[in-house]
Design a protein around this ligand. Sequence first.
Ligand code: NAD
Length: 479
Amino acid sequence: MPEQHPKYLIGDTWGTASDLPPMAVVNPATGDTLYEVPCCSPKHVAQALQHAEAGFAEWSAIPGWQRAQYLRRIAEEIVKRREDFGRAIATEMGRVHAMAIGEADSAAQQFVWMAGEAERLFGQTITSRFGGHLSITPEPVGIVAAFSPWNFPLGLPARKLAPALAAGCVVILRPSEQTPLVGTILGECCQAAGLPSGVVQILQGDPQGVSPALMEAEAVRKISFTGSTRVGRLLMAQSAQTVKRVSMELGGHAPLIICPDADVPAAARLAAKFKFMNTGQICGSPSRFFLHEEVAEAFTEVFMSEAENLRIGDPMASETTMGPMASPAQLDKLERLVSDAVERGATLRLGGGRAREQNKGFFFTPTVLENVTDDAEIMSEEPFGPVASLTTYSDLSDAIARANSTQYGLAAYAFTRSEVVARRLSAELQSGMVGINNFQLSHFEAPFSGVKHSGVGIEGGQMAINEYLTFKTTHAEFE
Ligand code: NAD
């Protein structure tokens, strides 16, 4: 296959020409420029909106049963291109290659699962107490602007595209400027699946080139954004001007509570696996560890030894278990948070800085901070990197209160053998998702969503399609 470069897709035409200068796309494992991404401008937005209106007229008229067949074909195309996705994800954002291939398989399954929802898209008929019948009909909201980040550059767009297409919406997707080739290949899969022109379009490059025009457009009736709370707030405020529907999957700062009755070595091994997965750049990654004082040392010993055994390096190499950070800005932030925690009394047990032996790229060592004080910035600011902040507690009520003390409420985890304690934790942790004795919270068949400043709306599960639907009530009376 010839070397591929990122492109944008407007209507059914791919392009690279733009009135704005392109941006460099950097391989985080080397710091070298891979290629340039064309930056789309308001002109491209205007063209894409015209195609989207035509695409919506066609796509929304296709019955859900047939739309499902297109979704299944997209899944097949993604599986066919899994090697291309794997290479693009690993080189553009640094995910370990085997995991990157896994992301392609899981994105394909997302489309398969949502195809079933398209087939089950029913209305309701109710006898009206005023006479006649009420028919309640699901209708697609219209043109969707979807903005996705770089940390799961295929999985997160798939979570938006699959329910939107299943509902009968059309999507203008703006993939992260750091992972534009992944977005390009996804667009190619949609085209290869035979989607009509204008149903999925891809605008690339600097968000400032396209986001304001999309946000101002009356024709865009819904936005779906995954990224930081800071940008999410901005987009919510902008949406108010044209009263757009919004789905927001925002930041997280997940607490992990280890109870004294837990299987401590097993919990520590699993916690290390999930903490350092994707170099800690996962919104649901455990980041604040509340260890019962009776088991803290036992937990820390196993956790540290797992962290020490990670093999940092080239994400394409089979022996690598942890790749680089996606960008140099992340390194600066982590260094600042680690030194602030140490200044406020934490002990640095492992790592704490750039992995100098790599000599190039954006590598950060797996880092363990112990006795982190509640006032350390890292206990309230999302680290989004391979840093575990450990602290102890003696009373569960206190641990829960401290776990709930941030603005975030995406994921929370706890390890206990007691079902009574587990029920209490599930009820009292202020979080959209709770993992008890496991970290697996991303399921096609269940909602993935946050509370508080972690977001609005649902991705995943049966309810996710409703984010892209309105329900029209018609009251009809005939003699
Ligand atoms: P970010 O908000 O800076 O950027 C996210 C994406 O939004 C990028 O592609 C960026 O180019 C784009 N963007 C920036 N400004 C925009 C604008 N005005 N309009 C439209 N798009 C714009 O976040 P980041 O630091 O790159 O990503 C990590 C963040 O994403 C973390 O906070 C993480 O928790 C969050 N995240 C949340 C989830 C979830 O499901 N809740 C999943 C993954 C990541």
